[in-house]
Design a binder for this molecule. Structure first.
Ligand SMILES: O=C[C@H](O)[C@H](O)COP(=O)(O)O
Ligand SMILES: C=C(OP(=O)(O)O)C(=O)O
Ligand SMILES: [Mn+2]
Length: 445
């Protein structure tokens, strides 16, 4: 059994992107409390997800991972969670049809509350305060009280994640996610929206496939339930450490705050605390890889995080940017593949494509997002490797945060419904469009 380093030794590694708490005794009390809380997920579920991701790594399944950039405590409402889940399920149906392989559904939810930032501070009208680091750490309001890192928030995050997961479990097993229902939502999208009409032909094919399935008597019970797992960036060491427990079945440590956790682009230094902590847990894990990643960096990460070279354990989530992926990704994939490393390759087409609009809002162009996914497919096809999935920031609501797409949102539209507290998300229509466009890529691949 692997021994988890204690929090103090992790902190001694000088981890990046941690909250600077004022009162250590208060932090310790919160950590003690968290350690007594029940697991949010069962280790056996993490193993199931790992087995599904092994299929992704081996080219027999496709991963759809998506949700908010930053969940908020106030955003834990039935409408919000339901809309997010609904759009992910709708996307998954389209992708499953096109890929002709199972689609692994993984929410960026029930734990995605901590954010790495480019700058420690934010200045507005001459006033400088600590940057907002997600609801797990401090508040979004621009006041000194709100921006003060508050350890009690970790308990709020635990409770909010429990409430979210509870609802997701109810929806995915209780009939809301019935495949026939999800298909009806897609049919409505294609029929009722100007954007959806472009995808009529594929929607019609899916309709025929559904009719065929019903005709041959597919088990209605099977259609009523769907497997869905949770994921978030493992960032705040106090939270992830407190939620790491020994599984009674296997005597192995699992981070039971979510099924899948990932290491971000800003915390993936090989000798640092995040890589160290995640090297000890048995969950399936991911690492974000930006354009500065060398093949040696990736190989070192794989050696440390997946020494047994177990398929499904490690997912590399590349986020190069539309302008860099075709140039930068091939060498990385080629060398990692040549060394025999088992990994699932997934494309995050969001984080390399962020820019500030003239209106001051952080945004992304829908076309850049699509172009990066296309680049990802082209590179993997050329190398004979499997483009294993997509990782996207999205919401089920009709927000205006990313420009472009069939609704042709412009800079001027951003102010009308910009609700993200961090990065811009694809809205409902843009998310469904992305699914249909990726479906076309999967079919022509
Ligand atoms: O979600 C990702 C990061 O937190 C985000 O892209 C960093 O953004 P910033 O440059 O605004 O800090
Ligand atoms: C911070 C994020 O991404 P990255 O680490 O790739 O910048 C994110 O996924 O929100
Ligand atoms: Mn983000």
């Amino acid at each position: 059994m692997s021994t988890i380093p204690d929090l103090a030794s992790l902190h001694a590694l000088g981890p990046a992107q941690q909250p600077s708490y004022a009162d250590r005794a208060e932090v310790d009390a919160v950590v003690d409390r968290l350690r007594t809380m029940p697991p949010l997920v069962f280790a056996g579920e993490c193993d199931d997800l790992k087995a599904k991701l092994a299929e992704v790594a081996q080219g027999r399944a496709f991963l759809l991972q998506g949700g908010d950039c930053a969940e908020t405590l106030a955003g834990v409402t039935a409408d919000n969670v339901r809309n997010k889940l609904r759009v992910l399920l709708q996307m998954a149906v389209v992708l499953t049809y096109a890929a002709s392989v199972p689609v692994v559904k993984l929410g960026r939810l029930a734990g995605q509350y901590a954010k790495p930032r480019s700058s420690d501070n934010e200045t507005r009208d001459g006033i400088t305060l600590p940057a907002y680091r997600g609801d797990a750490v401090n508040g979004f309001d621009f006041t000194p009280e709100s921006r003060r890192p508050d350890p009690q928030r970790l308990l709020d995050v635990y409770n909010a994640s429990a409430a979210t997961l509870n609802l997701v479990r109810a929806f995915t097993t209780g009939g809301y996610a019935d495949l026939r229902q999800v298909h009806t939502w897609n049919t409505d999208f294609v029929r009722d929206s100007g954007v959806g009409q472009r995808y009529e032909a594929m929607a019609h094919e899916i309709d025929r496939a559904m009719a065929f399935m019903e005709a041959i008597g597919a088990d209605p019970e099977e259609l009523r339930r769907v497997d869905f797992h949770s994921s978030h960036e493992a960032l705040v060491l106090e939270y992830e450490h407190a939620m790491t427990r020994t599984d009674s079945r296997t005597q192995s440590p699992y981070d039971v705050s979510g099924h899948f956790v990932w290491i971000g682009e800003r915390t993936r230094q090989i000798d640092n605390a995040h890589v160290e902590l995640l090297s000890h847990i048995r969950n399936p894990i991911g690492v974000k890889l930006g354009p500065s990643t060398t093949p040696d960096d990736a190989l070192a990460l794989a050696a440390k995080l997946n020494p047994l070279n177990e398929p499904g354990r490690l997912t590399f989530i590349t986020r190069f940017g539309a302008g860099k992926i075709r140039q930068g990704l091939p060498e990385l994939v080629e060398k990692v593949t040549a060394s025999g490393v088992e990994v699932a390759w997934v494309c995050d087409p969001m984080h390399g494509n962020t820019f500030e609009a003239s209106s001051g809002y952080k945004t992304r162009r829908f076309d850049d997002v699509i172009e990066e996914v296309q680049g990802f497919f082209d590179v993997h096809r050329a190398l004979g490797t499997w483009p294993g999935g997509v990782h996207v920031e999205l919401t089920g609501d009709d927000v205006t945060e990313c420009v472009g797409g069939g609704e042709e949102l412009t800079d001027l539209d951003l102010s009308s419904r910009y609700e993200s507290v961090c990065d811009p998300r694809l809205n409902r229509v843009q998310s469904l469009e992305l699914a249909f466009l990726v479906a076309e890529m999967l079919r022509t691949a």
